[in-house]
Ligand binder design. Sequence first.
Ligand SMILES: Nc1ncnc2c1ncn2[C@@H]1O[C@H](COP(=O)(O)OP(=O)(O)OP(=O)(O)O)[C@@H](O)[C@H]1O
Ligand SMILES: [Mg+2]
Length: 295
Amino acid sequence: MTSPCRAAYDGAVPSPTSGGSRTAAPTAAGSSARSIGAPVSIRGVSKWFPTGRDFLHALDEVDIEIEPGEFVSLIGPSGCGKSTLLRVVGGLLPYELGTVTVDGNSPAQARDTKQIGFAPQTPSLLGWRTVRRNVTLLAEVNRRGAIHPPLGEREILELLESVGLGDFLDRLPKELSGGMQQRVSLVRCFALGAPVLLMDEPFSALDEITRNEMRYLLLDLWERTGHTVVFVTHSIPEAVILSDRVLVMATKPGRVVHAETITLPRPRSAQMEDDERYLAHMRNVRRSLGEVSAR
Ligand SMILES: Nc1ncnc2c1ncn2[C@@H]1O[C@H](COP(=O)(O)OP(=O)(O)OP(=O)(O)O)[C@@H](O)[C@H]1O
Ligand SMILES: [Mg+2]
């Protein structure tokens, strides 16, 4: 097994191509109220985990350039490094080789200046706060060092209403279904004002019908705000309908083996699931995943 030839914590340097934030999202719908996405640059990133006397080669020379406001999905077999890559970009894990920048900053700087938002697998709402307070409170507190302002209360209430929670603003999380809780969690993620959102299988705990609804709610939120989103999923239909680009990863070591640029127009709709282009993208991603699994 390969061992790391150099170990550095968060040794990122500013990318020459990275620009300012609040650049208009090239791919989000033109109706965006705010377009705040920032570029993410991942160049030659390799990562190893120490495993006793050996090392596990988790990521191998991963190169991904993400445009401001782009929606990119990562898909691949279990253990191929999807969560590891998100955590590296989010400044939560060190990496040994390569560079990562978020709007020209190292992941640690981006994390400290609240440029990155995480949407977790489970909603993790505060049980004693109402829906409204769960979203607004976190937007108000813990913003020290933040370089982007959170959404105002009126904008937050509009988002909550747009995802069908207008009648539940003063309810507690325990009074909501799992899908409703996940909607609160998503709005909270968007409301923080971070230009880059990292989402690690946020819908995996939901039933198929709710999950399908959540895809379009997420698209609606994203199309209004123009955040840069890196989205991890195991679902090919989910990846294709949501994304501008679907990156297929292989395992041992974790790496990107195929990039599928999704040519469906924006805004996306459920009708597009019958579109020949959608079906062709599904076939391409499925074939690529099949090749990965067969290796
Ligand atoms: N903290 C850690 N220490 C040691 N090994 C780790 C650690 N975190 C992850 N790994 C290993 O790194 C590899 C990639 O893990 P990762 O969680 O990124 O995979 P994944 O693609 O997100 O998988 P899944 O689809 O199951 O969530 C796996 O082999 C995993 O066992
Ligand atoms: Mg994972």
